[in-house]
Design a protein. Structure first.
Length: 135
């Protein structure tokens, strides 16, 4: 995996903001879905969800926008869980990767796929501290 994507499982990676130009390479590496946890307009110059969706679809990937401000809300967790249900290769991103990691952990709990301790250890191994999450 290129960029600064970090693995959370064999088919799930998390990363800081990706660029439109990264999508062809990600698709070539086997990523099938992109999930953005970043609200539109959070920072000047970031691609919008619509721009990301068009670019992802152009290279054969699905795109889901589940914006998170602060802690992931139930709807963002539910959308993330829906994307993760079938284990297709997915890259999730936000500004730093932290909100995506939070959404992943809460989604995995919602899907009953992992216990809190394992999720905390996996996130820590990827460089993210999720100890404040109510898992």
């Amino acid at each position: 995996m290129s960029l600064t994507a970090r693995p959370l499982s064999p088919n799930i990676w998390v990363a800081p903001q990706i660029a439109l130009e990264d999508l062809p390479s990600l698709a070539a590496q086997g990523i099938r879905r992109i999930v953005s946890h970043r609200p539109d307009g959070e920072e000047p110059g970031q691609p919008s969800a619509t721009e990301m969706a068009v670019a992802a679809q152009a290279v054969g990937m699905g795109f889901t926008h589940a914006p998170v401000v602060g802690m992931p809300a139930e709807d963002a967790v539910a959308v993330t869980a829906g994307v993760l249900q079938d284990d297709a290769p997915v890259l999730m991103f936000c500004r730093s990767g932290t909100r995506s990691t939070f959404a992943w952990a809460l989604a995995m709990r919602a899907l009953n796929r992992s216990d809190a301790q394992t999720l905390r250890e996996t996130a820590a191994a990827a460089g993210y501290d999720i100890s404040r999450l109510p898992l």
